[in-house]
Design a protein around this ligand. Sequence first.
Ligand SMILES: [Zn+2]
Length: 304
Amino acid sequence: MASPAPTLSFDTAFDPQTGRPVQVAPDLVRVTAPNASPYTFTGTNSFLIGQERLALVDPGPADSLHLAALRQAIDGRRVDAIILTHTHKDHSDAAAQLARELGAPLWFGGRHRLSRPLRRFERNPIRNSCDWHLVPDRVLVDGDRLMVDKTRLEVIATPGHCANHLAFGLVGTPILLTGDHVMGWNSTLVSVPDGSMADYFASLGRVLASGYRYYVPAHGGPIADGPAYGKALEAHRRQRNSQIIAAVSAGAHSVPAITGKLYPDVPLAIKVAARMTVMAHIEYLESSGALRVSRRPWGLRVAL
Ligand SMILES: [Zn+2]
């Protein structure tokens, strides 16, 4: 008999202590930015790795209070690199200014790019949240090892939320910085064509196989049993696939109709994200042959 799917429960009780340096581990300090919102939860978590010398991961929004909090936490120590999990602006907006100010190079997974080319008449719905102009001094790729003070970082490519997304393992510890790929407060937004659900599933598998157990995301608190939570997330996404197929077979053939069946009572701001997620699942199910999609000027028609 198959074991039951693990249940997914979100942790929304996190106190970020916004603006204060919080020690997460001996060589890891978190400073949360004051940019709380329905999409960023309690704000972006910036991280300082190291003790005498530092790396700054995800400098976050170019907010004067946050910049002051980061300067205070850095406290005059040398910053060897500014590293990004990805180039959504809530992670990267302060990067160029801080790189100049600290004389630190910018390292990330290449310039912002789409997970697939735009179709005719298609627009990336989250294009304004992306940092299209930021150029890395060093392009990080899967398997890179980076030495920061006494900590060795392992780069794990985790596309899905967006194409250049990376996670960072602190080698010799259970800690994995998961960025927006796995977060404890909510499932990750996957919006096509900025992101890709097929990539997201594949990256989740890679993270689960990486051996790290303590996931430290870029929004919200740490996840104590990362693999158990990641498996529950995966099951939740697979269940969404099944629900969409069921909705189509029950007569829902458009994205709004399918979204209405899956998320009947969500507020408008969340409904926009829900539609993006449904679109990402539909593309995934189309590519795996489970659904047929016809694209028309007024929207998609989805059929079995
Ligand atoms: Zn993001």
